[in-house]
Ligand binder design. Structure first.
Ligand SMILES: [Zn+2]
Ligand SMILES: [Zn+2]
Length: 382
C-alpha cells in the first residue's frame, strides 16, 4: 500500500492544483467531471458518467467476494473571489475552491489509484462517488435517485472534509450528529398600509416583522438549534407604510426530535405576533439537508484505521456538532456512515476557515487523506 501511495502522491497534488485553478459552481462541474473521467481512464478504472448531470461513480471490483463500500468526494466550488496568491490561483474571476472540494476529489482519486492496484486482495467492492453541488443545492440526493447506491448495493459510506481546526496529519472524529440540518423559511406579513404620519390607522407589517424577530430571540429557546432571520424587505420610501413585509431565515438543528418541532414553534410565535398587530401571514418552511449522523461502528473503523496510518495521538475526539449542513447525510441516512474531518493546518498554510477568500490548505494533508481512505476501505472490507 505505501509504495502505491508514494507512486501517486505527486499526481494527487497535481490534480488538486488543476482543480483549484479551474473552479466550477454546483451542477456546472462540466470541465471538472471530464477531467476526473480522464484521470480514471488513465488509471484504468471503470465508472458511470454522467449521473445527476455531472456526477461520476467509479467502481473497483475486488478479487474476492464481500461488501461494497462507498467513498464520497464533492466537486463544486463557491462564488468567492480568491485572495490567495499561488501558481494555481483560480483562473475564473469570482469563483474559488474555498471549501476544499478540490482536495477531496484529489484524495479520492489517489485512493482510487491505490485501491485499483490492490484490487485482487480486496474482499468486496469500492464505489467512489464524485458528487456535484454539495454547496446548498445538493447533488447527493439526485445521485441516489439515479441509482448510485445499487449495482452493487452499497453497505456503508464514508466521506472526509478538510478542516483548519486541526493540524496536518490529524483528524477530528465524533460519534452521532456531526453536521446539522440547515432548514429555511420564508414569511410574508400581510398588514394594512397607509400614510407614515398615521400608523394608528394602519396594521404596520414592518413593525410586526421587527416584533417577530425580537420575540423569536426571546421565546424560541430550544437546545441544539439556531434560528436567524437573515433577510427583511418591506416598503420603499419615507411616508408610506407598506401592505406587506417579507422575511427569510435559517432554522438549524442538530437533533432530530428538535428539528421535528421547529417548524411548528416558529409558526406559533409568528401567529401570536401577527395577531397582536392585526396582521396575517404566509409561512413556508423548507426542509433542506438532513442531520448528518455518524454510525458508531463505522466511526470506529475510521478511528482504528487512523491509529494505524496517522498514530493514535493524532485522532482527536470532539463533541460539539456544528450547525452547518452537509448532504453526505443522504448517504448516511441509507447506510451506516462516517464523516471525518481531516486537518490541513501546517507549514504556514491552512489557517483560514472554510468559505474564506483566503482559504488554503497544507498539501501534505492530501497524502494523509489518501492513506486514511485506503486503510478505511481495507479494514471495512476485511
Ligand atoms: Zn462549503
Ligand atoms: Zn465543503
Amino acid at each position: 500500500m505505501n509504495s502505491y501511495i508514494n507512486e501517486i502522491s505527486a499526481k494527487v497534488i497535481e490534480i488538486r492544483r488543476y482543480l483549484h485553478a479551474h473552479p466550477e459552481l454546483a451542477f456546472e462541474e462540466i470541465n471538472t467531471s471530464k477531467y476526473i473521467c480522464k484521470i480514471l481512464d488513465e488509471f484504468g478504472i471503470k465508472y458511470k458518467y454522467p449521473i445527476a448531470k455531472t456526477g461520476i461513480c467509479a467502481l473497483i471490483k475486488g478479487g474476492k467476494p464481500g461488501k461494497t463500500i462507498l467513498l464520497r468526494a464533492d466537486m463544486d466550488a463557491l462564488p468567492i473571489k480568491e485572495e490567495v496568491n499561488c501558481d494555481f490561483k483560480s483562473k475564473t474571476e469570482g469563483l474559488m475552491h474555498a471549501c476544499g472540494h478540490d482536495a477531496h476529489t484529489a484524495i479520492m482519486l489517489g485512493a482510487a489509484y491505490v485501491l485499483n492496484k490492490m484490487k485482487d486482495e480486496l474482499c468486496g467492492n469500492v464505489k467512489i462517488v464524485f458528487q456535484p453541488a454539495e454547496e446548498g443545492v445538493g447533488g447527493a440526493e439526485p445521485m441516489i435517485k439515479e441509482g448510485v447506491m445499487e449495482n452493487p448495493t452499497v453497505d456503508a459510506a464514508f466521506a472526509f472534509h478538510v478542516t483548519h481546526l486541526c493540524k496536518t496529519g490529524q483528524i477530528l472524529v465524533k460519534n452521532g450528529p456531526v453536521m446539522g440540518a440547515p432548514d429555511e423559511f420564508d414569511i410574508v406579513i400581510k398588514g394594512k398600509g397607509g400614510h407614515g404620519a398615521h400608523p394608528e390607522e394602519c396594521n404596520d407589517p414592518i413593525l410586526t416583522a421587527s416584533d417577530f424577530i425580537t420575540t423569536l430571540k426571546e421565546k424560541l429557546v430550544l437546545n441544539n438549534t439556531v434560528v436567524t432571520v437573515t433577510a427583511v424587505e418591506g416598503g420603499a420610501t419615507y411616508n408610506i407604510i407598506p401592505d406587506i413585509a417579507l422575511m427569510k431565515g435559517t432554522a438549524r438543528s442538530t437533533d432530530v426530535d428538535t428539528r421535528n418541532i421547529l417548524e411548528g414553534r416558529i409558526e406559533e410565535i409568528l401567529k401570536a405576533v401577527c395577531k397582536a398587530h392585526g396582521c396575517t401571514y404566509d409561512y413556508n418552511f423548507r426542509y433542506m439537508y438532513p442531520i448528518t449522523v455518524n454510525d458508531e461502528g463505522m466511526t470506529n473503523i475510521v478511528r482504528k484505521a487512523a491509529y494505524k496510518v496517522l498514530g493514535k495521538e493524532n485522532v482527536i475526539e470532539y463533541d460539539t456538532c456544528p450547525m452547518l449542513g452537509e448532504d453526505f447525510s443522504y448517504f448516511a441516512n441509507l447506510v451506516p456512515g462516517a464523516y471525518i474531518k481531516l486537518g490541513i493546518n501546517g507549514n504556514g498554510k491552512g489557517e483560514h476557515a472554510l468559505h474564506s477568500s483566503k482559504f488554503d490548505i497544507d498539501e501534505d494533508a492530501l497524502k494523509h487523506g489518501v492513506k486514511l481512505a485506503v486503510q478505511t476501505v481495507i479494514d471495512y472490507l476485511a
